[in-house]
Design a protein around this ligand. Structure first.
Ligand SMILES: Cc1ncc(COP(=O)(O)O)c(C=O)c1O
Length: 384
């Protein structure tokens, strides 16, 4: 709990700070809880279902989800990737967190290793631990892309999963096709070296939150044994509704057994199935998203303001986070200084990257604008 409490700690300190300074003097950029509302089609469909509920709308269903929803997800994915998915390759889940737990429960034996890339989403450690797994961390190279020497040494005979997250929380960095291909090559080498079978698992809840005309390089084209674990928490603004899915490469030869394992684990972890109402709603929304341009506007504003002040920040291609370098080595100390200025962010060490801090810009424009003078004062406080 100590290890995983950075974001929660900032949240609690935020409440105390608001009581001390007044809510309008506090600019909370610590949480990844997006303000964006789901697209209008969501509300229309919700109303239509409420007005004309199909019989049995709230009953149990097959543990993998409604066949119509699985088919709709598969059709959308096939159009995006060119990979011939069918509903048989999809398991509907309780968000990406649920999906990752189901995947790990299915694949890991006690002591198996999950290779993750720093900076990372800290929950990975706890998810792996839930299922007897151990995380091995790959250090970042320039621009927060993987350091491939570090990847090579992280891969071992116990590696079962290599877990990528692009666009990334906390950096917003997008892995290009070349980066995915290099990861896939390293994984194939390790499989040959150790005579093992490794899965490339892609945690991609930010897949549709991409800027500047980028398209998404999918993992299936890079590696044959790929699994996607994702959700509509961010792209449809449905984080509280717990709806996501797992997609398995349709050409993987062990697919039938893998799918049986995933469906069994979705059931026996106690999820049973993804929420029924949400499954019905997202089936018709596979091409829809929240307003991505609005996020891009926020990215532009924050990145320009911070780099203008003199912060060193990688320009993100997606998601809704910035991961600037702290102007002093001690990120916790710098985050304390920012807090004294009414600005709440999360120290980089909470994501395995000391000396940085994370900004969540999925908040209203007033909060973003209001935070800038605090960023300026904090920088000044440490430049004397
Ligand atoms: C990288 C990453 N993976 C997984 C999740 C969990 O998403 P969900 O709410 O769909 O479980 C999050 C949520 O913030 C995330 O940032």
């Amino acid at each position: 709990m100590e290890q995983g409490s950075w974001i929660r700690r900032m949240f609690e300190e935020g409440i105390a700070l608001k009581a001390r300074l007044g809510a309008d003097k506090v600019f909370d950029l610590s949480l990844g809880n997006p303000i964006m509302e789901p697209p209008a089609e969501f509300d229309l469909e919700l109303k239509r279902l409420a007005d004309n509920p199909p019989p049995g709308m709230h009953r149990y269903m097959p543990n993998a989800g409604y066949p119509e929803t699985r088919t709709a997800v598969a059709t959308g994915l096939a159009a995006e990737t060119g990979v011939p998915f069918t509903g048989d390759d999809i398991v509907m889940t309780c968000g990406a967190g649920g999906a990752l737990n189901v995947v790990m429960k299915t694949l890991l034996d006690p002591g198996d290793e999950v290779v993750i890339f720093a900076p990372y989403f800290v929950e990975y450690f706890f998810y792996a631990d839930n299922h007897g797994g151990v995380c091995k961390v790959v250090e970042p190279g320039s621009g927060f892309l993987p350091d491939f020497a570090s990847l090579k040494s992280a891969l071992s005979e116990r590696t079962r999963i290599v877990l990528v997250n692009s666009p990334n929380n906390p950096t917003g960095v997008l892995y290009t096709r070349q980066v995915l291909d290099r990861i896939a090559d390293a994984v194939r080498d390790a499989e040959q070296r150790y005579g093992t079978e490794i899965f490339l698992v892609s945690d991609e809840p930010y897949r549709r939150i991409l800027y500047d005309g980028h398209t998404y390089p999918d993992v299936f084209a890079s590696f044959e044994r790929s699994i996607v674990a994702t959700s509509h928490s961010k792209d449809l603004g449905l984080a509280g509704e717990r709806i996501g899915y797992i997609a398995v490469s349709p050409t993987y030869e062990g697919k039938a057994e893998l799918m049986d394992g995933l469906v069994f684990c979705n059931r026996t972890l106690g999820f049973v199935n993804a929420p029924a109402l949400m499954q019905r709603l997202v089936a018709g929304l596979q091409g829809a998203t929240v307003d991505i341009e609005a996020y891009q506007g926020k990215r532009d504003f924050m990145w320009e303001a911070l780099t203008g002040l003199g912060y060193e920040v990688v320009r993100p291609d997606g998601a809704f986070y910035l991961f600037p370098k702290a102007p002093i080595a001690d990120d916790v100390k710098f985050v304390d200084t920012l807090r004294e200025q009414g600005v709440l962010v999360v120290p980089g060490r909470g994501f395995g990257a000391e000396g940085y801090f994370r900004i969540s810009y999925c908040v209203d424009d007033q909060t973003l604008k209001g935070s800038i003078s605090g960023f300026k004062a904090a920088l000044l406080a440490h430049s004397q």
